[in-house]
Design a protein around this ligand. Structure first.
Ligand SMILES: *Cc1c(COP(=O)(O)O)cnc(C)c1O
Length: 223
């Protein structure tokens, strides 16, 4: 087993039942992805359309690609034919465009709403109130080619474990609120995507269902 395979298993071994791994492979070569693939990993996360296009064409077709970065509306069309999940939807405009492109492909695309909870200002995402408003306005109900499956967020990049825990717990409580109000009968609304290399063990304790881990598995990214 190579380093990637060893580290993949080290991460997988720590995940509780009900938490799935998105192996974040951005900036890592196809060979690294294949090392993880050969160990059975199928969900991979990418955050750049161009890079994903190249990897999707070159790698096995049963890989489930999650788009985890900020997605520009004019690029949705490139990934719509094959993307498994778009994790970081932060506007009704983007949701509309995903719906439009999915319809053209005859698909229904799973998405998550990205929440902005972290203290950092540079992060994308909907504030909780923006997200409440987007849902209350109701246009999303008319978009029959997207399926809102839950929420995603990035906690603040800090050492303070309690702060990370507070932010993730806030996101989990918000998930419950939205589930009760809009998706009580929708079994597919079940995903809570948080936890990265530095904080995924905390995320596992804070009701994450999808952790997005890159560096711990693939090593440092070379930009
Ligand atoms: C890059 C990235 C990750 C993975 O980060 P690591 O620290 O390498 O584990 C997770 N989520 C998002 C949105 C990312 O862009």
């Amino acid at each position: 087993m190579d380093q990637t395979a060893i580290r993949l298993h080290q991460v997988l071994d720590t995940l509780p039942k009900g938490v799935r791994l998105v192996a974040v492979s951005k900036y890592h070569p196809a060979e690294s992805i294949m090392s993880a693939y050969q160990e059975g990993q199928r969900i991979f996360g990418e955050s750049h359309v161009q890079e994903l296009q190249v990897k999707h064409a070159a790698l096995p077709s049963d890989i489930q690609w999650h788009f985890i970065g900020h997605l520009q509306t004019n690029k949705v069309k490139y990934i719509a034919p094959y993307i498994t999940m778009i994790e970081a939807v932060d506007s009704i405009r983007l949701l509309r465009e995903i719906d439009r492109q999915a319809a053209r492909c005859g698909r229904v695309i799973d998405v998550l709403l990205e929440l902005h909870i972290a203290a950092e200002e540079t992060k994308y995402g909907l504030t909780l109130d923006d997200c409440r408003q987007l849902l209350a306005e109701g246009e999303w109900r008319t978009l029959s080619h997207v399926r809102i499956c839950g929420v995603m967020m990035m906690a603040s990049f800090v050492d303070d474990e309690e702060q990370i825990r507070r932010e993730m717990t806030l996101a989990a409580d918000f998930f419950d609120e939205v589930k009760a109000q809009y998706f009580a009968d929708a079994a597919y609304f079940c995903e809570r995507s948080w936890g990265m290399s530095h904080d995924y063990p905390i995320a596992c304790e804070c009701r994450s269902t999808l952790v997005r881990v890159g560096t711990t598995i693939f090593g440092e990214r070379v930009y």
